[in-house]
Design a protein around this ligand. Structure first.
Ligand SMILES: [Zn+2]
Length: 315
């Protein structure tokens, strides 16, 4: 079944885009982004750092520099050409063979080893990284946070979380709230329009960084294959995202209408959109590292818990 789904996605990827096609990204085209009306950047970073501590409690990070350094390097390159180049970003690899990625306000970006294993070219990995960077650029986590604050009386989740942002309190209540923020997916799970906006911003980001726009189309094809109906309730690269068919179509319309088949590379020379992208040595080393990395979750995918004895009935 998986093979047929993948072939169907590939067939879709080859479908031509007509010139007058409506473009779902048009509504984002003239957006500008800032912290105005949300919280200061300093408080945003503090909020992200607080939730990051919860990420460290919940997930195991990969420390092998053969894997982490190329991801950091690629991430920093994309961050510099993003719509928010002056924020200090940090890129982490989570030891989890399920295919996922997510980000936190303040520039904390996470990629599962499962996603690194899935990407077959540097521009594909760049697409996933740029999508997560875009959530930070567009302050999607912060906007969800503010919305949740407004309804906190209704749901009673965020009483202490508000203090993290407004007073920098790192007391027990705030830590509890940060944990709830993560568990409830409040700042990591987004609606479809935020996801479309992140796809739009991410596509332009990879092109500005000198990558092939088509890399994003290929990445969506691979995600569709890996996704195969699974849900990620905590948020991440699949949760509430438009389906792969739509994401591929949106990307192709944008390439046809606004990237015009050619893009300026980092050198300023026009480059063909498409063709075979070159991988840097770092990407190839990262792939080799991931393929030999013994994931703690290989026998228990998606849970990020160490393997536990399981009581089995005799047949
Ligand atoms: Zn997303």
């Amino acid at each position: 079944v998986r093979v047929w789904i993948f072939l169907a996605v590939l067939a879709l990827a080859a479908a031509p885009v007509s010139a007058g096609e409506s473009n779902r990204y048009d509504k984002f085209r003239n957006e500008t982004y800032s912290n105005d009306g949300l919280m200061s950047e300093r408080d945003e970073i503090r909020l992200g750092a607080e939730v990051h501590r919860q990420v460290l409690q919940k997930y195991r990070l990969v420390t092998d520099p053969a894997i982490t350094a190329p991801v950091q390097e690629l991430g920093q390159r994309l961050a510099r050409t993003s719509g928010r180049p002056n924020l200090a970003y940090t890129f982490y690899v989570i030891d989890d063979s399920s295919v996922n990625a997510f980000s936190l306000p303040g520039g904390f970006i996470y990629m599962n080893t499962g996603l690194l294993a899935l990407a077959q070219a540097e521009d594909e990995l760049a697409s996933a990284l740029a999508h997560e960077i875009a959530h930070v650029v567009a302050r999607h986590g912060l906007r969800n946070y503010k919305k949740a604050q407004r309804t906190a009386l209704l749901f009673g989740i965020l009483g202490a979380g508000a203090e993290v942002a407004t007073r920098g309190s790192l007391g027990g209540r705030a830590i509890g709230a940060a944990s709830q923020l993560l568990a409830a997916g409040i700042i990591t799970r987004f609606g479809r329009d935020f996801e479309r906006e992140a796809d739009y911003l991410g596509l332009h980001n990879i092109v500005h960084a000198g990558y092939e726009a088509e890399g994003m189309v290929r990445m969506f094809g691979r995600l569709a294959q890996a996704h195969n109906g699974k849900k990620t309730p905590g948020g991440g690269i699949f949760a509430s995202h438009p389906d792969a068919k739509e994401r591929i179509h949106n990307t192709q319309v944008e390439i046809a209408q606004h990237l015009n088949g050619t893009v300026a590379g980092v050198s300023g020379r026009p480059r063909r959109v498409g063709g075979t992208p070159g991988n840097s040595g770092g990407f190839d080393r990262m792939k080799a590292g991931v393929s030999t990395h013994r994931s703690s979750t290989a026998t228990n995918p998606g849970t990020n818990q160490p393997e536990r004895p399981v009581l089995r009935r005799r047949p």
